[in-house]
Structures are given as structure tokens and as C-alpha cells.
Write a protein that binds this ligand. Structure first.
Ligand code: NAD
Length: 496
């Protein structure tokens, strides 16, 4: 397969750009010989084409991972840690190249892509340490000559189905934990971001991971459902980890239920962000601006519904308008850009539909609200809507795009009720100086993660994951992340 398109950027290490899938230590075409195009959201133009695998390609990848598991599971954890550290170092050396690929796949500004790689490296670093810290237990015996204990063992072949919004972080969060545990993995990247994932796996092979430990099957949007189903239902797969929308997550859970496979689901958000009268308003606005406009609102833990207490509503509204108007929308590779395009045309359709619905129900667009004039890619202006009501689409479903929607509230009880009125429960945020209220909100907000006077909250050392329809299982964090790739085996012994 020859590279058909002109690559719109230069890399220090051009070998990072891969078009084929990676199976059993080889770069391979799909059996069908077909490819699909990768698009730069900043121009709407194709710049690469990648192997379009379908279900007929699944068996070779899974069997390779299964064969590799028989050896990888037994190697000294110190060697697993060394391999992870070497991978971490190689990604660190290549981070500018990787960030460039991420920008051309997702559209996010280069500074954000670099920040993503740094954030992602936190996972490989953390899991390097965790590889040696896998422990069983010994219980107090229930009979004098009995001994009861547990051992932890890697579960087997894991499958990772990942979204496009943080392609590097998602891989290092999942593969880092799996490899530390002694599992092997088949990765299916999103059709929008296969190249950054292939670059990471190329560096993993350079780091010394044996063939089959990591396999990658790239696939188009059209082949994604069938290929994902085949992976989930393959009898040699023991664990599936999925990050993406709640709708697809439910489908994945159904596929996995047939073989009773262990599943981790990191799903959609619709996160509330509460600002009380007594909050530090500058701190609240700075945090909200950073959280909301990062990757044009395409983060699962972004603020979807912003509730501002009556006494400071007008002031906060104006501060948000002022800060938002400073944003420079443009191609992610241009240094002055502070917000890039959304990644897919589907993203634009959703944003337009939600704005139309909000206006129909009395919402007021304060700034933005349309595509910027003269930009060829999938751009949309950062948009603030006020007078929001619970019945509007934005209140009920995740936006995943550049809309900031503002609601006015009066009391704490009222806002907790509004914040929890969603089927999702990923993250919640609040800003207040009242210590008692801080505890009440931490306990009463229905979310897997709560930000108190803070926007950023995801880190390798903290468990990440939601409740309700935002999924189950945790990624990252001591004890829980690697445990998701382990089984607990009970041993019982009687002494003579
Ligand atoms: P998505 O559900 O459309 O896709 C996620 C993955 O599933 C991709 O690999 C995609 O190719 C695949 N997929 C899509 N349709 C499928 C189908 N019918 N059968 C099987 N696989 C399918 O989500 P997305 O648009 O890529 O990502 C955005 C969503 O992901 C948002 O809802 C966001 O909140 C969520 N997300 C959650 C987290 C988290 O950690 N909780 C992190 C990032 C994104």
C-alpha cells in the first residue's frame, strides 16, 4: 500500500506514520485490501488512508494476542515495568511528532495535543510502578490446619475500543494498565484517529514488547459495528474496555454478555457545573473557560450545564462572554489558535440541532451560534446560550461541542435536584467557599467524580469513571485500574 496523499506536515521521525494495521509483529493490509480515508477536520480534506479491516481480520489479531499472552503473563513484572518505562521514554522523545498527528486527526490546537501527550505519559509512568505491586492476600484460617489465600493473575486477552477525542490518553490509560497486569491487548482505534494509535504501537514494538502483545485493527466507520461485535464475541477474548457514547456502550455490554466477558464502560457525560453566590468568581470563570473550550467542548468531563446562583448571575454571564470573545478559532496547527474545529461533521449537526431547539424553547444566544465565515473545516463559533430550561435538548443530552449553556438558580436544594436530573453521572463541579456546603454537595451530587473549586480533575493516580448511564468500572488510580485486568483466584490448603 503506497501513501497516496501529500502529508500536510513534517515529522522528525517519519517512520511514525503507518498506514497498515499491526498484527503479530507485522504491518499488514486488511484481507480485503481496502482502505479508508483520514480527514483533517481543520480543512475537511483527506490526508491519509489506512487499512479498513472487517470481521474477517479479527481472528488473526486475537489469536496472536492469545499466543503472546501465554508468554507475556509469565514474565517477571520487573521486565514488564522496564518495557513500559522504555515505551514511556520513546513516547516522550517523539511527543512533538505525536502531537502533530493528533492535531491533524482531531483538529485540536497543537498546544492541547502536546498537553494530551504529557497527560497520557502520566499513565505509562504510573503503571510502570504498578506492574510490581500486584498482591494477593492471606486470611486468618477458619480451622487450625487450614490456609486460605488469594492470588491475582492477568485475565487474558483484552480488547480496547476507543474514541477519537483523546486518542493518546485513552490508549495509554487502557494499554498501560493491561500491560502492567500481564495481559495482551487488541486495540480498535476510532476511524477518525487511527494514525496516532499506530504511532504509539510502533513505539511499543521499538520498546521491545514481543509480537502479539499489542495488536491494532484499524477500521472505517462502516465496518466499525461488525468488527467491534466480532472482537467482543471472540471466545479467546476475556476482557473488553470501551470508552465512548452511552448508546454504543450499551450495545457493547450486550455483545459481551453472551460470553459473560468482564467489561469496563467509560461513557458519556452531561456534567453540571455549579457557581454559588459566595464563590471566587474569577477562579470559577477561569476554570469553566479552560474546561469548556478545551478541544471545542469535546471532552466527556466537560461542563454541559452551568448553574449560576441568582445574586451573581449577571456578573458571571458577562465575564464568560468577555472571556469567550477572546477565543481565536482556527486550524490547530496555527500558533495563535486557541480553539480548533470539532472533529466530525456529525458534531456540527448536533450542535446546530441543540441550538435550534434551545431557541425554540426561549433560549437566548449571547455570543456565537453559527459557523465562522470563511473557514473550510468543521468549525463552529464558541457559543453561549442563556435562559436555559430543563426541557431543552441540551439539558437532557450531552452536547460534545462548543456550547456553554447557562441556568439561573436560587437555592442549594433546587440546584442539586436540577444537577442530578439526568441519566448520566460522570463528573460534577461546584464553586463555593462554604465548607459545610462542600461536604453536602460532595455527598449529594450523583457523579463518579466531583470537582470542588476546580476544573481539571483527571490524573493517573485517581480513579476515573462514572455512575448511572455514564458506565461502570474505573480506569487509572491505585488498586482499581490494574485490578480491572486481573482475576482473583482463591487457594485453600489443608496441612497434615
Ligand atoms: P462512539 O460511541 O461513537 O465511539 C466510541 C468507539 O466505539 C469508537 O471506537 C467507535 O468507532 C466505536 N463505535 C461506534 N459505533 C459503534 C457501533 N455501532 N458498534 C461498535 N462500536 C462502535 O463515541 P465517540 O463519538 O467516538 O466519542 C464521544 C463519546 O465518548 C461521548 O459520549 C463522550 O462523552 C464519550 N467519552 C467518554 C469518556 C469517558 O472516559 N467516560 C472519555 C472520552 C469520551
Amino acid at each position: 500500500m503506497e501513501w497516496e496523499y501529500e502529508i500536510p506536515f513534517k515529522l522528525k521521525d517519519p517512520s511514525l506514520l503507518r498506514q497498515r494495521s499491526y498484527v503479530d509483529g507485522e504491518w499488514v493490509d486488511a484481507q480485503s485490501g481496502k482502505c479508508f480515508d483520514v480527514i483533517d477536520p481543520g480543512t475537511g480534506k483527506h490526508w491519509a488512508s489506512v487499512a479498513d479491516n472487517d470481521p474477517s481480520d479479527v481472528n488473526a489479531a486475537v489469536e496472536s494476542s492469545y499466543a503472546a499472552f501465554q508468554t507475556y503473563r509469565r514474565i517477571n513484572p520487573k521486565i514488564r515495568a522496564k518495557l513500559l518505562l522504555r515505551w514511556n521514554d520513546l513516547i516522550t522523545e517523539a511527543k512533538e511528532d505525536i502531537a502533530r498527528i493528533v492535531t491533524y486527526e482531531t483538529g485540536k490546537p497543537l498546544a492541547e495535543s502536546l498537553a494530551e501527550v504529557d497527560y497520557a505519559l502520566g499513565f505509562t509512568w504510573f503503571f510502570t510502578g504498578e506492574a510490581e505491586r500486584i498482591h494477593g492476600t492471606v486470611s486468618v484460617p477458619s480451622a487450625p490446619n487450614r490456609r486460605n489465600f488469594t492470588v491475582k493473575q492477568p485475565i487474558g486477552v483484552a480488547v480496547a475500543l476507543v474514541p477519537w477525542n483523546f486518542p493518546v490518553a485513552m490508549i495509554l490509560r487502557k494499554a498501560g494498565a493491561a500491560l502492567a497486569a500481564g495481559c495482551t491487548m487488541v486495540i480498535k482505534p476510532s476511524p477518525e484517529t487511527p494514525l496516532s494509535v499506530l504511532a504509539l504501537v510502533h513505539l511499543a514494538s521499538r520498546a521491545g514488547f514481543e509480537k502479539g502483545v499489542l495488536n491494532v485493527l484499524t477500521t472505517s466507520l462502516e465496518n466499525t459495528p461488525a468488527l467491534s461485535e466480532a472482537l467482543c464475541k471472540h471466545p479467546l477474548v476475556s476482557k473488553v474496555t470501551f470508552t465512548g457514547s452511552t448508546k454504543v456502550g450499551k450495545l457493547i455490554a450486550r455483545h459481551c454478555s453472551e460470553g459473560l466477558k468482564k467489561v469496563t464502560l467509560e461513557l458519556g457525560g452531561n456534567c453540571p457545573f455549579l457557581i454559588f453566590d459566595d464563590a471566587n468568581l474569577k477562579q470559577s470563570v477561569d476554570a469553566l473557560i479552560a474546561l469548556k473550550w478545551r478541544h471545542a467542548g469535546q471532552a466527556c468531563i466537560t461542563a454541559n450545564r452551568v448553574y449560576i446562583q441568582k445574586g451573581v448571575f449577571g456578573q458571571v454571564e458577562q465575564m464568560l462572554i468577555d472571556e469567550t470573545r477572546k477565543i481565536k478559532v482556527g486550524h490547530g496547527i496555527e500558533t495563535e489558535t486557541t480553539m480548533g474545529p470539532v472533529t466530525t461533521p456529525r458534531g456540527i449537526e448536533k450542535v446546530e440541532c441543540q441550538i435550534k431547539d434551545a431557541q425554540k424553547h426561549g433560549g437566548t444566544v449571547l455570543t456565537g451560534g453559527k459557523k465562522p465565515y470563511g473557514l473550510p473545516g468543521y468549525f463552529f463559533e464558541p457559543t453561549i446560550i442563556s435562559n436555559m430550561k430543563p426541557e431543552m435538548l441540551i439539558s437532557r443530552e450531552e452536547t460534545f461541542g462548543p456550547i456553554l449553556s447557562l441556568y439561573k438558580f436560587e437555592t442549594e436544594d433546587e440546584v442539586v435536584d436540577l444537577a442530578n436530573k439526568t441519566s448520566m453521572g460522570l463528573a460534577s463541579y461546584f464553586f463555593t467557599k462554604d465548607v459545610d456546603r462542600t461536604w453536602r454537595l460532595l455527598e449529594n451530587l450523583e457523579a463518579g467524580m466531583v470537582g470542588m473549586n476546580t476544573g481539571p480533575m483527571s490524573a493517573a493516580e485517581s480513579p476515573f469513571g462514572g455512575i448511572k448511564e455514564s458506565g461502570y468500572g474505573k480506569e487509572s488510580g491505585k488498586d482499581v485500574a490494574v485490578d480491572a485486568y486481573l482475576i482473583t483466584k482463591t487457594g485453600t490448603m489443608t496441612l497434615e
